[in-house]
Design a protein around this ligand. Sequence first.
Ligand code: ATP
Ligand code: MG
Length: 406
Amino acid sequence: MEKDKRFVKATYEIMEQLLNVEDLDEALSQSLQTIVRTLDSKAGVIWYLDRNSDRLHSVFHIGPSDISNTSIENGIGIEGVVTKTGKSIMISDAETDPRFEPTVFDDQGFKTRSMICVPLNNSKETIGCIEIINKNNGALYEKEELELCEHMANLAAFTIDEKGLDVDLGEDKKVLCSLKDITKEYPSGDGFLKVLKGINLDVYEHEFVVVLGESGCGKSTMMNIIGGMDYLTSGTLLIEGKDYSHPDDAQLTAFRREYVGFIFQSYNLMPNLTALENVRFIAEIAKDPITPEDAIAKVGLSERADNYPSQLSGGQQQRVSIARALVKNPKLILADEPTAALDLNTSKEVLGVIQEIVRNNDTTVMMVTHNPEIGKMADRVVRVSNGRIASIKRNIHPLAAEELSW
Ligand SMILES: Nc1ncnc2c1ncn2[C@@H]1O[C@H](COP(=O)(O)OP(=O)(O)OP(=O)(O)O)[C@@H](O)[C@H]1O
Ligand SMILES: [Mg+2]
């Protein structure tokens, strides 16, 4: 398609996304995707200005670096200058521009070259900016592309003004585990199959992360590496700052026993033990467990504690397996498609239980699913594509499990 047509199409798409959607977060992130795709770019970010701290926070970004917890002082860096002045900047060589602040992206091996950064100006003030970085073919941005970005930014700012976006970005979070340029290869035929191609991701304490991505893109592999169930090929895995990239057996056993709880699609309960006994069995080998009775109560199954798995529904069995993960009192719960085998209502019940766990305990939950709707209840949605992080979106207003529908 020739360029003019592509731009007109993108403009219509963005207008539709921004003007017709109820969920503003979603509308903005879709519009950014349209821009990044139309300009054939490597990365894109929406930054909001937090008036209290006078800092910019990234709320949605596309691209291989994890900048979720990055904030920039208003007035500093290209983003800060654009937000402070309310005027666009287009640069062809970031490194030679004195306003460029390389730590924002380039820490993670990304090299920023050309960039468009446009302000989000509403009728009264500048509330942030939109940034598009590096073309896939290495070319520079052109003036019409800047205009397209400005167009989107104007529409976005208008919509934000109209609908009112109440942003509470909260304080900076503490990193629980950090994945730095992690790769994973499996032997295949005479060569190797590269499944993870350089994953950069920080997972924070007390957050709910949902991981989406096409089948075979490496979601389970990534989770298994974080959970100490598989080894990475290269890169670094830090857990609370300690290096777990190449753990020895003792380290690994302790880590799995004390630190992580797992929930899978299949419940893996022992058929000859009751619900409570299935949970107690794990509590006995954990280091700092809560009581099995408490764990069963947290998933709302006290009345069925003495039932055997065969006497429980699928949703109830999954709740037992959640109690089993929970009883260890772990810092991190990894859930790989926990609701894939459940119907809508039962899924929502189980998701409600998982959401309660994050909100009421000192636990982080990282959950893989095929269902994008489930992403709406997360604090952050991480999209994996072909062995890399494709985008990370912060939900400003996560939904409650019962509000979901599919
Ligand atoms: N042990 C293994 N040996 C060889 N290849 C593997 C192994 N485990 C996974 N793979 C391959 O790695 C790729 C990623 O697998 P993974 O299970 O991480 O995908 P996924 O994103 O979880 O997919 P799905 O959504 O279908 O569960 C696939 O191509 C898979 O065939
Ligand atoms: Mg999987």
